[in-house]
Design a protein around this ligand. Structure first.
Ligand SMILES: Nc1ncnc2c1ncn2[C@@H]1O[C@H](COP(=O)(O)OP(=O)(O)O)[C@@H](O)[C@H]1O
Ligand SMILES: Cc1cn([C@H]2C[C@H](O)[C@@H](COP(=O)(O)O)O2)c(=O)[nH]c1=O
Length: 272
């Protein structure tokens, strides 16, 4: 069976470097498994890492982010690869987004995005950063989405659709810019599960997550367009790693076959 897969070349984002001076909290963080990459570092470390905070040993591990629309099959893909002993899988921290000290910011956002979008997206940004910075236990880490898609896709969608006030967007953007300028967030490969919004709508209805019952097809179409602009047309935001595009409208059996066919390419991220 032949399947169509595209590997799009890298265009690494190099954020401005910053030197850390005299902030005791960060010094403690450096002592606890993080280090500051010297500002003149050129080789032997990750591109764009100079002057940033980096988790120790992180430059020897591969990080692969699985991206795609809501219900495109990301979790199913991660489940498949979790059976490989050299791969550690990190799913999205959605249980946290549904329950932070007894509150459900995901549900609130879907009920009233104008009021609660900033609340959810601030927490998504924090929990995604926490995921990126957690110690890697295996040679290869596959994680669901990234701090980049949370900002470039979901925050952007709320703002562009008039469902996030400009001041909320500005504050979230300031946070995001600070984080990416000062903390090294390594990504070696993006696996983009490319689906039609219609497929996702069908799968979403089948999955039947309570908070998502209000999602119309148009919402998935907007998310799809933003993903295509970012990862395929490359007209919106910097892409932090090479992109492997896997068409993902197929049935489960064919998807698993495609994952197997792409195993070598995916694991090759650890040699980049
Ligand atoms: N290739 C596929 N064909 C049909 N249904 C699928 C396929 N992949 C996943 N699903 C189902 O679609 C729903 C969404 O899949 P999931 O992996 O949770 O997506 P995501 O993590 O991207 O939101 C789930 O009910 C899952 O069982
Ligand atoms: C990253 C991110 C996610 N969400 C929402 C979108 C969906 O309802 C869930 C994630 O579900 P998936 O099946 O894993 O795609 O969370 C959001 O509103 N904002 C975000 O930044």
């Amino acid at each position: 069976m032949s399947v169509c897969v595209t590997l799009v070349s890298a265009r690494r984002a190099v954020a401005p470097a910053c030197l850390w001076t005299g902030w005791s909290g960060w010094r403690k963080a450096c002592a606890g498994g993080f280090r500051l990459v010297p500002s003149r570092a050129r080789s032997g470390t990750r591109p764009g890492a100079a002057g940033k905070l980096l988790r120790d040993g992180e430059d020897r591990k591969a990080v692969i982010c699985v991206e795609g629309n809501i219900a495109s099959g990301k979790t199913t893909c991660l489940e498949y690869f979790s059976k490989t002993s050299s791969i550690e899988v990190l799913t999205e921290p959605i249980s946290k987004w549904r329950d932070v000290r007894g509150h459900n910011p995901l549900a609130l956002m879907y009920q009233d995005p104008l009021r609660w979008g900033i609340t959810l997206q601030t927490y998504v940004q924090l929990t995604m950063l926490d995921r990126h910075l957690s110690a890697v236990a295996a040679p290869v880490r596959m994680m669901e989405r990234s701090i980049f898609s949370a900002k470039y896709i979901f925050v952007e969608n709320l703002f562009r659709s008039g469902k996030m006030p400009e001041v909320d967007y500005a504050v979230l953007s300031e946070w995001f810019d600070w984080i990416t300028a000062n903390i090294c967030i390594p990504v070696d490969l993006i696996v983009y599960l490319q689906t039609s919004p219609q497929t996702c709508h069908e799968r979403l209805k089948q999955r039947c997550r309570e908070e998502e019952k209000v999602i119309p097809l148009e919402y998935l179409e907007s998310i799809h367009q933003l993903y295509e602009e970012w990862l395929i047309r490359r007209t919106s935001w910097p892409v932090p790693a090479p992109v492997l595009v896997i068409p993902a409208d197929h049935n489960l059996q064919r998807m698993l076959h495609q994952y197997e066919e792409n195993r070598a390419k995916i694991l090759a991220a650890s040699c980049l």
